[in-house]
Design a protein around this ligand. Structure first.
Ligand code: FMN
Length: 160
């Protein structure tokens, strides 16, 4: 009997990290590796892939928003934000969003977003972990269902 490796049993919520550079360039990705890392929700830690456009903008500004995605966003946003780079496509065309008081986008159809200021980072192989102070949490669509990696697997939107 073939067995899955232990980490394959884990489920994750699905987010979009929205970012802005000091010169006003904006972007959005898909990220599952996001976790609360202090009591009372004061800090989050976000793993960003080193070769992506998102990490370039975050390194420059050290600010981001974590958007907790809803199930009804999956079909449209996984291919649009998670399989293309903002370096080569404008992801904000036909994407419902607004910007916060810092100019950082947030996705208005998400469950809500967490406004973050990055306070440091550490190497994690092909990713870099950004420790972020939570500035505020804003709930936008309280009745939607949270999108999870298991939902993506069950609906054929990711493999493994
Ligand atoms: C289901 C799923 C989960 C992902 N999780 C992460 C993640 O936790 N961190 C990350 O940096 N990229 C993650 N990615 C990959 C990025 O979303 C993807 O490389 C995206 O195209 C990057 O876009 P950008 O170059 O515009 O930043 C994930 C992609 C998918 C489809």
């Amino acid at each position: 009997m073939s067995r899955k490796t232990v980490l394959k049993y884990k489920n994750y919520d699905v987010h979009s990290i929205t970012s802005v550079s000091p010169s006003g360039k904006v972007n959005a990705n898909i990220a599952t590796w996001v976790m609360q890392s202090a009591m009372q929700g004061k800090y989050l830690t976000v793993a960003l892939y080193k070769t992506d456009y998102t990490i370039q903008l975050v390194r420059e500004s050290m600010i981001l928003n974590v958007n907790l995605l809803a199930q009804d966003q999956a079909k449209k946003l996984i291919p649009k934000l998670g399989r293309k780079s903002g370096l080569t496509s404008n992801k904000f065309v036909n994407l419902p969003f607004e910007v916060d008081e810092r100019g950082c986008p947030f996705l208005t159809e998400a469950i809500g977003y967490i406004q973050c200021k990055c306070v440091g980072s550490i190497d994690s192989g092909d990713h870099e972990l950004f420790v972020c102070e939570v500035i505020k949490q804003v709930t936008l669509n309280p009745d939607k269902e949270v999108l999870t990696n298991n939902y993506l697997r069950e609906n054929g939107l990711v493999r493994g």
